[in-house]
Each structure stands twice: as C-alpha cells, then as structure tokens.
Ligand binder design. Structure first.
Ligand SMILES: CC(C)(COP(=O)(O)OP(=O)(O)OC[C@H]1O[C@@H](n2cnc3c(N)ncnc32)[C@H](O)[C@@H]1OP(=O)(O)O)[C@@H](O)C(=O)NCCC(=O)NCCS
Length: 169
C-alpha cells in the first residue's frame, strides 16, 4: 500500500495542456509506439476538436483527442499513456478534462470505442468513470470486439479526484 502511494507521488506535478499542437510530433511518436501505426486520427481539422496532452517532468506522458459526432454527442477518438508513465492517473486526468471540456462546449454525452482484448485498461477506466456499453460488434481487422461506451455528462460532475495537476491553455 505504501509503495503504491510512493509511486503515485513520483510525478510531483502532472500538467494538462489544451490545444497543444506544438507537441504534435511527440504525440505522433507516442501514437506510433503504443498503437504501431502512423495514423493518429483521420483528420485534425474537426470543429470543435479537443486536443489534450499530459506532461510529467517535462516529458509528454499522454494524449487524448476527440471531436463531435453530432450536436449532442462528443467522441473521444484516441488516447494513450506512455508506458513509462502508466498507472499514475494520467488517463484519468485526461478523461476528466475531456468530460469537463465537452460539457463546457455544450455536449451532454461522451462516447468512445475500445477493443477489450487488445486494450483492457481503457474498458476498465470507462467503467470507473460510469460509462456503459452502448453496442459491440466483432471487428475482423482488429481480431477483437469493438465496444462502444457511452456516458451522460452531468452539469454537476463529481469533483476531480485529489491529485496535483494544472490546466494550461
Ligand atoms: C489504457 C491506458 C490509456 C491507461 O492509462 P494510465 O495512465 O495508465 O491509466 P490511469 O493510471 O489513469 O488509470 C486509471 C484507472 O484505471 C485503472 N487501469 C489502468 N490501466 C489498467 C489496466 N491495464 N488494467 C486494469 N486497470 C487499469 C487504474 O488502476 C486506475 O484505477 P484507479 O483510478 O481506481 O486507481 C494506457 O494503458 C494505454 O495507453 N494503453 C494502450 C492504449 C489504449 O488502450 N488506448 C485506448 C484505446 S481506446
């Protein structure tokens, strides 16, 4: 128990930056390392687009990118945490930021797709945030089920879990 607490405090500060396209090359590099593909998302010219990066000790630790599916529903298209920074709450902070930003933009639902056998962590995080399975189908290209998760966004989102981090725009 003590050890986990120590580890969680290893990154004195996690910074979340919005619209941080200045880090696009580093994001593309992390995307290649995590997903083994050059494609980040199909297009970056969505309006609105939420482009978030998380930084620890001056290094890119993770990213999360999303856009609107329609006037009501926002879609988280891709996210990842650098393997060196996993299990320290990076994905949680990025999810929390996207939920709040999508809400401010006027959306009342967040959705994302995930592949549970390939990336089990993202399904677990979804359940921890109160997402529910909306649909699923077998995707032969990935050799896994493609699961669509959805969650209502509430005007009164629960407070951000106690953790030291800063937002930048
Ligand atoms: C999934 C991923 C984003 C998680 O990132 P992370 O920064 O390590 O996640 P966090 O530390 O914020 O974890 C949030 C919660 O999920 C849990 N969790 C994260 N990864 C987990 C895993 N692989 N198995 C079980 N639980 C996991 C954590 O324990 C934590 O729970 P807690 O807040 O109750 O302590 C990261 O492992 C990753 O990039 N995976 C590969 C790419 C991927 O799956 N992208 C999403 C595709 S849709």
């Amino acid at each position: 128990m003590e050890k986990i607490a120590e580890q969680k405090n290893r990154f004195a500060e996690i910074q979340v930056q919005r619209d941080s396209f200045v880090h696009l090359d580093a994001v593309r590099d992390l995307n290649r390392r995590v997903f083994g593909e050059d494609r980040l998302i199909n297009r970056l010219d969505h309006e609105p687009l939420i482009f978030l990066t998380a930084h620890c000790n001056g290094r890119l630790a993770g990213f999360k990118i999303g856009y609107s599916l329609n006037r009501r529903v926002f879609y988280s298209a891709k996210s990842a945490t650098d393997p060196d920074f996993r299990k320290h709450g990076i994905a949680r902070i990025l999810m929390d930021t996207m939920i709040r930003d999508a809400l401010v933009l006027g959306f009342n639902e967040l959705q994302y797709d995930t592949f549970p056998a390939l990336y089990p962590g993202m399904l677990i995080i979804g359940f921890k945030f109160g997402f529910q399975i909306k649909s699923l189908h077998w995707n032969p290209d990935y050799g896994d089920f493609q699961v669509r998760l959805a969650r209502r966004l509430q005007m009164r989102e629960p407070p951000v879990r106690e953790q030291q981090f800063r937002y930048f725009r």
